[in-house]
Design a binder for this molecule. Structure first.
Ligand code: ATP
Ligand code: MG
Length: 424
């Protein structure tokens, strides 16, 4: 016999016992996005590699090391999407969604990165993201941060910390990059191999290092904030003013940068201390040069992406496992009882929205069927025995409470169950 095939490392199954958290996250997000005027967009998981190498930047870890890329049968390089923003921009350009009124879009789904699997980090993971195009002011930044804040509230997630920073415009960033590079070069004997390599390819990314020794060195490094021009400074001040006005708590982290090349001005992350090392649950920023990098006329944008696995883990820690039990299990014994049961179940499910009703399959004695009903976790057994079928009735047995068994006329059952579900 063949041995069973296992899944690919870092690509996890999401099992029914967890699905409740995923559904809660996704349905809440859908509502909050809609309340802010964001429309959903659904995109292919596979794109031409250029969408990401141009859009994200070939010097980034994501593109240089983490992409699942392969040649199609006709020799064209394709990649599984490692993130959503580049594809949204590709689609927005292709479908004429830009260059008009402000456009608000959101997306969700699996992303793929060839990283070392560990807690909070997998090779297939899921993101929900929002993108806002056509507004370059701090009011648009505020809208994005308010959207995130309202989502955490709606999910009941307290204790997320918002960190913000400003990267300035492209010129200011480039000038700072040179200074930082010079600083890192001057201290290169204090840097490990990996950080040195990073400094060569993408010095800003060194600011992001988790290594305590590198962080200690960075305390002496030149600060981005000191390299911002008046306009950039004003933009950031205005955003902080708005946040204060709305009472949204934040911390300015002068060393916060994003891994991707296209960010400018406002960047931000929400993090938690409850997940260990992988504590960032949502990250984003302004990307006013991305549309141009993708081949369009310049057009401003800002957005974020959240890691669903990490948020689901927070919801699980907060709410615990709440299994969803069926309301009722249909027990049917006796000649032709199966037909009556199938017909009744068919009818009840149509007539009672939200009803979770299990039919008995594989026959079995009364005893066997009650055992299955009990195991299913159902609250009620709806019983069709020979007497009930002869009299046009149905018996109701309460499986989780001491309430006494009832017998109802078949015509009463729909209303009774409706009222019962409303009462629980
Ligand atoms: P990290 O610093 O954790 O590697 P990142 O900067 O690579 O994050 P982004 O590209 O900004 O992450 O993605 C946004 C969010 O998506 C992250 O904050 C995280 O919650 C989630 N995420 C990113 N990579 C993974 C992964 N491999 N597994 C699970 N979640 C992930
Ligand atoms: Mg990463």
């Amino acid at each position: 016999m063949n041995s069973p095939i296992r899944s690919i490392r870092g690509m996890n199954d999401i099992l029914p016992e967890d699905i409740h958290f995923w559904q809660k996250l996704e349905s809440t997000a859908e509502q909050v996005f809609a309340a802010h005027g964001f429309e959903q967009i659904r995109l292919p998981m596979l794109e031409k590699t250029a969408v990401f190498s141009r859009g994200i930047g070939s010097a980034t870890d994501v593109v240089s090391k983490e992409m699942y890329s392969f040649d199609d049968r006709n020799g064209e390089s394709l990649s599984l999407r490692p993130e959503g923003t580049a594809g949204v921009v590709r689609a927005a350009l292709q479908n004429g969604l830009l260059y008009g009124p402000v456009k608000r879009l959101w997306y969700g789904g699996p992303m793929f990165r060839y990283e070392r699997p560990q807690k909070g980090r997998s090779r297939q993971f899921h993101q929900l993201g929002a993108e806002l195009f056509g507004a370059s002011g701090p009011d648009a930044d505020l809208e994005i941060l308010a959207l995130g804040t309202r989502l955490w509230e709606a999910l009941g997630l307290t204790g997320l910390r918002l960190e913000i920073n400003s990267l300035g415009n492209a010129d200011e960033r480039a000038a700072y990059r040179e200074k930082l590079y010079a600083f890192l070069l001057a201290h290169q004997e204090q840097l490990d191999e990996q950080t040195r390599e990073r400094a060569e390819r993408n010095p800003l990314r060194v600011l992001d290092s988790k290594d305590p020794q590198v962080q200690a060195l960075l305390l002496e490094a030149p600060l981005l904030a000191e390299h911002l021009g008046d306009d950039s400074r004003e933009h950031f001040e205005q955003l902080k003013h708005y946040l204060d006005r709305l009472g949204i708590a934040y911390v300015v982290n002068p060393r916060l940068v994003r891994g991707l090349d296209y960010y400018c001005h406002t960047v931000f992350e929400w993090m938690t201390t409850e997940l260990g090392a992988q504590g960032t649950v949502c990250a984003g920023g302004r990307y006013d040069s991305l549309v141009e990098l993708q081949g369009g006329k310049p057009w401003p944008g800002i957005g974020f992406a959240m890691g669903e696995e990490r948020l689901v883990e927070l919801l699980r820690q907060k709410d615990g496992i709440e299994p969803v039990h069926p309301h009722a299990y249909m027990v049917a014994v006796g000649e032709n009882s199966d037909e009556t049961a199938l017909e009744l179940a068919y009818d009840l499910r149509a007539g009672i929205p939200g009803l979770r009703l299990l039919s008995n399959l594989n026959g079995g004695s009364f005893k066997a069927q009650f055992k299955r009903a009990d195991r299913s976790g159902a609250l009620l057994a709806l019983v069709l025995g020979e007497d009930e079928i002869r009299n046009g009735q149905i018996a109701i047995k309460f499986l989780r409470s001491g309430d006494e068994q009832l017998t109802l006329e078949r015509s009463e059952i729909k209303d009774w169950i409706r009222r019962y579900i409303d009462s629980i």
